[in-house]
Design a protein around this ligand. Structure first.
Ligand SMILES: *Cc1c(COP(=O)(O)O)cnc(C)c1O
Length: 437
């Protein structure tokens, strides 16, 4: 049996948590510090470590595993594809796996929404897609400045990093990151200040210091920025402002897309028409690297090979992405599940928030979090939750939001178990005496 050596290797790899060889990993590692154990298996919404302990996963690869770990149908499709010697790497060559993905994406996602987008496959990470989108917008408009928003997160390569708000990611003043002007996200100054109107005024005033932008780059829900949601009306205003000032509207749907908010695109039913959309994270459905830039045909002004990348053709990702679309986006079942599970999580978080002074439940769909007011407190709650078998992380400017990103497919029973652990962690952290949930 050809795989026996792999099995042997697997058996021999029983490391003590945090022991050699992880110490040789750069100091830059982060999630592994929050969850200091060695994982060996994962299925659906659970992960199992080398001691045999199983954890519920409310991190889901930062929304890269919206359909859970190792979906059996995707696994089967992958095994079958490999066993018939399907291409794994294909640059941007035409392959059967890519054809099937493109056709399925058009049939199930684009056509039903009347969206005419062209598809650009970039290098397989979110930040690659953002780089391509920004470069194209600059080429199309002949303008250099891009507007991005407070608390926005768009990746950590230099172009995308310039558009990212978080100072730690930008390495403070150590790197010059030109070409981006910051605007205020919806609600940044409270509910009573219309930050879209402010942006329009700044762009309209020849003496504001704002140049006409190539693009406005925005998330409908800011994942890393703390689960801040933009209202549909604000998004429509931003769309109108982009068009008024001759800028392209780029919606970064890398984290919010692929069902996290309950619909495939986070802006479905908002009544906006983005010129460019970026997708990555859960696009392959299996955690395989894949990124996609959707471009309105009017703006598809690339020359052949003007923007390339060795790993634009991850055919294994095309295979699983096709299954993900066919399995989850052919009917409304997942959408309804997300709605129901979203209510379940919201209720549980609301219940927890009653006991944390000043805390706020944020988000929509299954893109939810509890802002507990301080990074220290949120971190301590997540730490305690991990102790009880739940993998969950924080986000926000100061890490003050406990972020619930359970796979969309998490069975209600498991979701409830995870929420009970979280509740207990909150309770223990605050040392409050109550037993509800
Ligand atoms: C994760 C993320 C990115 C960057 O994706 P990488 O694959 O980490 O490069 C960009 N935008 C948003 C909204 C993200 O959540």
């Amino acid at each position: 049996m050809a795989f026996s050596t792999v099995d042997d290797l697997t058996v021999s790899m029983t490391y003590e948590p945090n022991a050699y060889p992880f110490e040789r990993e750069s100091e830059v590692r982060s999630y592994s510090r929050s969850f200091p154990t060695t994982f060996v298996r994962a299925a659906g919404s659970t992960m199992t470590d080398s001691s045999g302990r199983t954890y519920i996963d409310f991190l889901a690869g930062c929304s890269t595993l919206n359909y859970g770990h190792n979906d059996p149908d995707m696994t089967e499709a992958l095994m079958s594809y490999l066993s018939r010697q399907g291409l794994t790497h294909g640059l941007d060559l035409q392959t059967e796996a890519k054809a099937e993905f493109i056709q399925t994406f058009i049939d199930l996602i684009l056509d039903p929404r009347g969206l005419p987008y062209r598809l650009q496959f970039t290098g397989p990470t979110g930040t690659n897609a953002i780089e391509a989108a920004l470069k194209l917008a600059r080429k199309v408009t002949g303008r250099s400045t891009v507007i991005s928003f407070t608390n926005g997160f768009h990746g950590v390569t230099i172009g995308a990093l310039a558009a990212t708000g978080n100072r730690q990611h930008r390495m403070g003043p150590a790197i010059a990151l030109p070409g981006v002007t910051r605007a205020l996200y919806d609600g940044y100054l409270g509910a009573s200040v219309d930050t879209a109107e402010m942006l329009d005024q700044l762009l309209s005033d020849p003496s504001s210091g704002y140049d006409a932008p190539a693009a406005i780059l925005v998330e409908t829900v800011q994942g890393e920025g703390g689960i801040n949601t933009a209202r549909a009306s604000w998004m429509r205003d931003i769309d109108a402002i982009a068009k008024k000032h001759g800028a392209l509207l780029i919606v970064d749907d890398i984290q919010a897309g692929c069902g996290r908010t309950g619909t495939f695109f986070s802006f479905d039913s908002m009544g906006i028409k983005p010129d460019i959309v970026t997708l990555s994270k859960s696009l392959s459905g299996f955690g395989l690297p894949m990124a996609l830039v959707l471009i309105h045909p009017d703006h598809d002004q690339w020359l052949p090979a003007e923007h390339n990348g060795t790993f634009r053709g991850n055919n294994l990702a095309f295979v699983t992405a096709t299954i993900a679309l066919k399995k989850f986006w052919r009917n409304d079942d997942l959408r309804e599940d997300v709605r129901r599970r979203g209510r379940l999580v919201t209720e549980a978080l609301t219940n927890m928030s009653l006991h944390v002074p000043g805390s706020v439940v944020k988000g929509r769909g299954l893109f939810l979090g509890l802002d507990v007011g301080s990074g220290e407190r949120a971190g301590a709650i997540c730490h305690q939750a991990f102790h009880h078998g739940l993998v969950i992380e924080t986000s926000g400017a100061r890490g003050e939001v406990v972020k619930v990103l359970a796979p969309l497919t998490t069975p209600d029973v498991l979701l409830t178990s995870g929420l009970e652990i979280l509740h207990r962690a909150v309770e223990e952290h605050l040392d409050l005496r109550f037993t509800t949930i």
